[in-house]
Write a protein of this length. Structure first.
Length: 108
């Protein structure tokens, strides 16, 4: 099971998605659908809080990688989840997407 809680910060017009449970199986599709329903403005300033996530499967990791490449910030706690986030943001996935993220921020 995966619980998604949305918190909006009106001052900064940003959204935090707080995830609790397992990011695996059908719950990966649930998060993907939720993300696609968000407006593009909120997607670019979204924080995905993974501190309550207990397990991430390969499909969950692939989705988090895509969301990070589209501008989401990932926050994690716990050894396993932090390791996955570090792999996404600093590892092999980051090498191919870092320049495209920088270009997007600069308006290219």
């Amino acid at each position: 099971m995966l619980k998604i809680t949305e918190q909006r910060a009106k001052a900064t017009d940003s959204i935090t998605l707080i995830l609790e449970g397992r990011l695996a199986g059908p719950w990966v599709d649930e998060l993907d659908a939720y993300w696609r329903e968000m407006s593009p403005n909120h997607q670019s300033c979204a924080l995905i809080d993974l501190t309550g996530v207990t397990f991430i499967d390969a499909n969950g990791k692939a989705l988090l990688t895509r969301l990070w490449q589209r501008g989401a910030e990932l926050r994690a706690a716990g050894c396993l989840t932090r390791c996955i986030v570090e792999e996404i943001t600093n590892g092999r996935h980051a090498d191919t997407s870092r320049s495209s993220r920088e270009d997007r921020r600069k308006g290219r």
